[in-house]
Structures are given as C-alpha cells and as structure tokens.
Design a protein around this ligand. Sequence first.
Ligand code: G6P
Length: 661
Amino acid sequence: MNSEIAPAHRVSKKKRGSNDINTFHSLFVLFSHFMFSMYYHRKRTSEFHEKGDIRMCGIIGYVGEKVAMPVLLDGLKRLEYRGYDSAGIAVVEDGCMVTFRRTGKIAGLEALCQENPTLSRWGIGHTRWATHGVPSEKKAHPHLDCRQRIAVVHNGIIENYRQLRKELEDIGHVFLSETDSEVVAHLLEGGGAPLQRIQKTVIKLQGSYALCILFQEEPDTLYGVRMFNPLVLGVGENENFLASDIPAFLDKTRKVVFLDDGDITRITPNSWEIVDFYGKQKTQATVVQIPWDPLTAEKGGYKHFMLKEIHEQPQALEDTLLGRWDLVNGRVRFDELEGFALGTVERIVIIACGTACHAGMIGKYMIEQLARVPVEVDYASEFRYRDPLIDEKTLVLCISQSGETADTLAAARLARERQAMVLSICNGMGTTLTRISDRTLYTRAGVEIGVASTKAFSCQLAVLFLLSLYLAQQRTTIGNQLLSTHIQSLLALPRQMNDLLKNSATIHELARQYYLYHDFLYLGRGVCYPLALEGALKLKEVSYLHAEGLSAGEMKHGPIALIEPDVISVVLLGKGIAGAKTLGNIEEIKARKGKVIVVSHPDHWGEIPLVEQVITITDTNKYLVPLLMIIPLQLFAYYVALEKGSDVDQPRNLAKSVTVE
Ligand code: G6P
C-alpha cells in the first residue's frame, strides 16, 4: 500500500508565498467565486431537470491536532440547515475505520458518538436531506468500499451510477445501499497511491459532486473533490478543514480557499495542495480572509435570514420542480402519487394555517380552473371544529411548511377518521404531518429559519400548480399543447424571479418613503386576492404595521370608507378580467385622495396614470402571477421592517412553528 503522494504534487505550507492574504483582492476573489459558482450551479441544475435527484446536503472534513469527533459534529450542526434526514461520520481509530450513522437530526448522531468516543484526529462527516425516498441508515453517508478502508461523503448526483455499479458488481463488488454515492467508494479500491486512484475515479464520473474522502491507509490526510457542487477548504493553525459551506468551520478559521470545479485537494494538519483531474498542480489558489462573523456566514452574508430566504427562491423553486415534469411528452410527473386513487376524488378540501393557507387559496383557482374539480379552502383551526362534511371521495389536501402545526395536524387526523384521502404538501421531511398523510408531495425549499415564511410559500404554489396540471392531465381537462406551455411558464420562473430580485434597491427606496405610515390596504381579485392577504400578512408580521388584505371587489361594501391621504393602498393588478376590474378600484381610491402603489405587468395594462408608484413584473400566465408578484411584496415588508428597526427574523409574539393550539 502506498501512503505517499507523488513528490511533484507536494507543496509545503511555507513555500506558498503566492498565497498571501490581501483583503481587497480577497473580497474580489470571494465575489467572483460566488458569481462563478452561482452560474455553474444554475447551469447544472437546469440541465438536471430531466435527470432526477439533487440533494441538499452538508459535508465536513477535519484533520488537525484536535480530537476530530466533536469538531465534525459541531460542523455538521452548523450545516444542519442544508439537510437533516440522516447524518454520519467516519474516523480512523487505532488504524481501523469506524463509522457512525443515524437517521434524523444531528442530535441522534451526537448521542451515538458520545456513547462511543474516539480520539482520532481526522475524519469526515455528512448531513443529508434526500429530495426523494425515505431516509434510512443505509443511505446515510459516509459510504465505504468492500474492505471498509475508504470512506466517502458526497453531495450531488452521479448520473451514470447504474452503469458504473453494474460494471463493479460484475467484477465482484458488493454494495450495501441503493445510493449513487456508494459507487465512488468502490471505484476508489485498487492499487496505486490514493491521489492517483481519485484521479482515475473522477474521470469516470458523470454528474455533479463534491466529495470528501478518507483512506485508512494514509493517516492524517483527507481529499476533497469539487465538480459542480460547492466545497471550500478552511486553512487553520495546525489544522485544516473541508466543507460544503463556510459556516461549518468559521468559528475556527476565517481563512478559506474556494475550490473550483475540477479541483482535487489533499489536506494534512500542516499542508494543503490542489491539483486537477490529471495531476497538474494549481498555482493560483488564493487564501481569502472571510470578513463575516459566524452568524452572518450562516446567513450567507445577508443581514437577515428572511432576506436570504427571499433571495433563495429561484433555487428553491428549481429544486422543487426537479424531476417532476417531462417536456418531451408534455406531462407532469409525481412519482409520489403512483397508485394513489385520485380518479375517485369528487371534491378537494384544502386545509392549512397562515401563509400556507394563502397558498391553498391560490391553489383553489388553479385546481378548479385547470382540473375542474370543486375545491374548498379552510383554515385548519376552523375546519377541525366545524364538523366538516367529508367522506372517502374527498381529498383533503393539507399544506404546511413545518409539518408540525398543531391545528393542521388535528385537521388531518380528523380527515383520516372520516375516511377522506389525505395528501400533504410539506417542507419538513418525515414530520408528523407526512406520517399522518396517505401521501406527501415535498416542497424542496430547504430549511426556512425566518419566522415570516417566504420561500416555502413560492414552493407551495409551484407544487399546487404542478398538482393542478397533474389532475388536469388525469381528467383530460387540458390539451397537451397547453400543458407544455404551462410547464414552460413554470420553468421560466426562477430566471424571472432572479430578475425581480435584482431590483431590490428600488423596493428598499420605496420602503424608505412609506415606513412611517400606519395603515396599508392590499387589494386584489382572482389569484391576486389571496396574494393580497399574503402581502398584508408579511408586512404586519415583521413591521407590526396595520395591514389588511382585501378582495378588491369588496372595497365598495365597506373598506372604501377607510381611504384618506394617509392610507396606502397596494393594488395587485393580475391578468384578464380580474385585473381589468381592479383598475376601477385605483380610480375610486385616487378620487378619495388615497395613495396607491401598483404591482402590475407593464405590457398588459400599459401606463397607469396618477398613482404614486408602479412596480412592474415580467409576463407569465395568469395562475403564476402570484409567484412573481410575491417577490416585491416580501421585499417591501422586509425593508419596511428594516427601516423601522424591528427584529425581522424573530418578530414579537410570533413563532415559526405553532405546535400548540
Ligand atoms: C406560523 C408561522 C407562519 C406560518 C404558519 C403555518 O403562524 O408564523 O409563518 O405560515 O405558522 O405554518 P406551517 O409550518 O404549517 O406552514
């Protein structure tokens, strides 16, 4: 066995004069790396739409003078926002590979490790959030080779794993899981130095991957590989780190090297080096000093989680759509619904709380108009006490970000008792709601930390739209051509959202003009009515201002009495007849000297005279308008709260998940 790296690749820490830190240069590099990774990540994820699974997971690797286990567990906890359906670590103790794996949150793995402490000073760890399938210990990383001497953690997808696995099985390799990641551990078996084996392996892999690899035969050494999936190297004093994100080690070192796609790195406690897949030494690797404190880093450099999560919506949407459509055949695919007897459904009842309920109200328009099934929407707290009329021909659709909201759970249990079919749209993997439900369609928004729900809402809308199309194709209430057009509109949304997010400064300026006012009315018709409720909810949640969402048609039946110069009306102009009718509301408000902010499509309604401000969104179909309009509404609520100085992420009197009645 060869534990040596080829001399040509060895770089001692002292010789790296070119790696000196220069703050200006560092920030520039940091920015360009960020833009570069965003570009590649977006490019790759859009390519993967046709291919299947992408996982949001966290990787950590440590080699240094400290005992590795606590460092790895601490890093995993800091990465837990990336996924928490299972976790594992591998270390080498007394020359032998030892692995610990657990389903569920990191706390479970931590308890297991505390019962079996090790003194090893190098190891790797992983926290996983699978977007498909049930989490299990077998699927948890690290994965090992046949002889259990090589441990691998992986983020991403090995697209050609089936073929590779078959080739490996044909020559006698035995696999312990169904994962694509395990093939990497088996490919790394064989002769030659570890680095050469890695090089031989990576050129066989197709897909996206960040890998962290530990060879039992090579003490105090770890390898990292980056290809279309994030991996950073943390440079410490007598210790070095690998991680999928900076927060994993930022309390231990702020010196970071951003790996590029196609980099292989080898780290020991006192050295690091980078080579390409063919062994060529990388000479321009730069150590960047990260100016963030650890908490800011978890927020990805954003001031608040709410702002970060607003900006994460394009990616969350891409992840949520992944593998759920087939443009060639013009079909929506929900593997989760295979064999589920939706054909017998005569009525749908949507139940949810808060933001999730607003998504459900928009879903009603989508489902009724596209699939022609009657839909009722109710707050879970109302539904559970109203002795609802439901039976086995009713589909009860429960929507929840957390999957743990007490009222929604009680409503779902009641629905089951009354023999209804229960389907949930949920973000929390394996949560109580998903266990009560017959089936679950996961939103893949990632962990949402800000109390005001943002990215979960847009992902819920995307799943509702897909579900409407799915039901429509089953009931043949939609033609293939229209179905394809709708799917294309959905796929265009992440890019359109990104364009709107670039306009944040304008919304911030608007917030500066209006944050001292006290009363806001949000008005809309059709899908823009529930959106008005959501826009108002966002503002009141984080800025504590009085904000009411109203059906624009109801203005004349009472609320118009409120209009005066100090009342701000935010008018949401949707498409078609609903938008045309709402134009009339603007005139009524202006005639009473109220102030008006309009959110609209410029191409659809042309210039809107006399109003204080028009925020424009790009064109999409009438059902998807809320997915674009919500961006300026969320940003407006955020910036008003920021100007008012309120605690944006943890607003007073509110909880992220209301687990009691
Ligand atoms: C709380 C949160 C809201 C959320 C609602 C429903 O009230 O503050 O933001 O919309 O619960 O939560 P769920 O997790 O069921 O979507």
